[in-house]
Design a protein around this ligand. Structure first.
Ligand SMILES: CCCCCCCC/C=C\CCCCCCCC(=O)SCCNC(=O)CCNC(=O)[C@H](O)C(C)(C)COP(=O)(O)OP(=O)(O)OC[C@H]1O[C@@H](n2cnc3c(N)ncnc32)[C@H](O)[C@@H]1OP(=O)(O)O
Length: 222
């Protein structure tokens, strides 16, 4: 098995590509609270049985008002990255609105992955009905998204950032909503720019989905 671990200092700095970087520690607590409340709003709107047109119209107007208020400030540049410190002293970059793990994305669960003791990464996340596919179950596309994020992060931390060239998912058991999902991934081997990575989701210790992936590391100009 060949895994070329690369110190964080040798990984590409997004600033070199013109991408702004926000320190995770600098994200205001109030913005985190807002993100959480908007997620609760999405879940509540998706599930409300309210039918009174006056109540619904009032809610829509209130949401429009707060949207306009926040839109008064400039939008973030597309590709804005967030840098975070990892518990092992390493650090990593990710897009701040990443749909799976983005700190400021109310539609993201969000999934937080950290290096695992035996290598690779692990994280735990519990999904609500925003991610529902079949009744009471996580949408298969979202299962793939969680696994994509896990294999991408494992590859990025063990080598350097890359794009998913291939992702194969086996859905072994239904993955339930409102249950802690244990997500793990680790690099199996590397071959030039190709990084072969395996990942899985467990519920109560049982594998519900597993993935094999090939990440292709991005070429950084010298
Ligand atoms: C910019 C600096 C900023 C740094 C900070 C970054 C922070 C990120 C950190 C952490 C992120 C972790 C979280 C992310 C998780 C989510 C990941 C996603 O959602 S990725 C989006 C979906 N994927 C795409 O959109 C790819 C689309 N495809 C492509 O762009 C190209 O096809 C690409 C880059 C994959 C390869 O293209 P080529 O031109 O660069 O390279 P070629 O020469 O074609 O391939 C290189 C090797 O890979 C093999 N290969 C390519 N595609 C393959 C495939 N589909 N299956 C098998 N092998 C494949 C080839 O056969 C070749 O292998 P041989 O070395 O010759 O043996």
């Amino acid at each position: 098995m060949t895994v070329n671990t690369q110190p964080a200092t040798e990984r590409p700095d997004p600033r070199a590509f013109g991408l702004p970087v926000v320190e995770q520690a600098d994200i205001p607590a109030e913005l985190r609270t807002l993100v959480g409340r908007v997620h609760a709003l999405i879940d509540t709107v998706a599930n409300t049985t309210e039918t009174d047109p006056a109540v619904l119209a009032e809610a829509a107007a209130a949401v429009e008002e707060v949207t306009d208020r926040l839109a008064a400030a400039p939008r973030r540049q597309i590709g804005t990255m967030v840098r975070r410190d990892l518990p092992d002293g390493d650090s990593e970059y990710g897009t701040i609105t990443n749909i799976v793990a983005g700190d400021t994305n109310p539609a993201a669960p969000p999934l937080s992955l950290v290096p695992a003791a035996g290598g690779g990464v692990h994280g735990e996340v519990t999904l609500d009905t925003v991610y529902q596919g079949p009744p009471g179950l996580v949408h298969g596309g979202w299962i793939a998204a969680l696994l994509d994020q896990a294999v991408g992060t494992a590859s990025s931390l063990a080598t350097s950032p890359g794009l998913t060239a291939r992702l194969e998912v086996n859905y072994r058991r239904p993955t339930p909503l409102f249950n802690p999902l244990e997500i793990t991934a680790e690099v199996e081997r590397t071959e030039r720019r190709k990084v072969y990575v395996n990942g899985r989701i467990r519920v109560n210790g049982e594998v519900t989905a597993e993935a094999t992936a090939i990440m292709v590391r991005v070429e950084v100009p010298e």
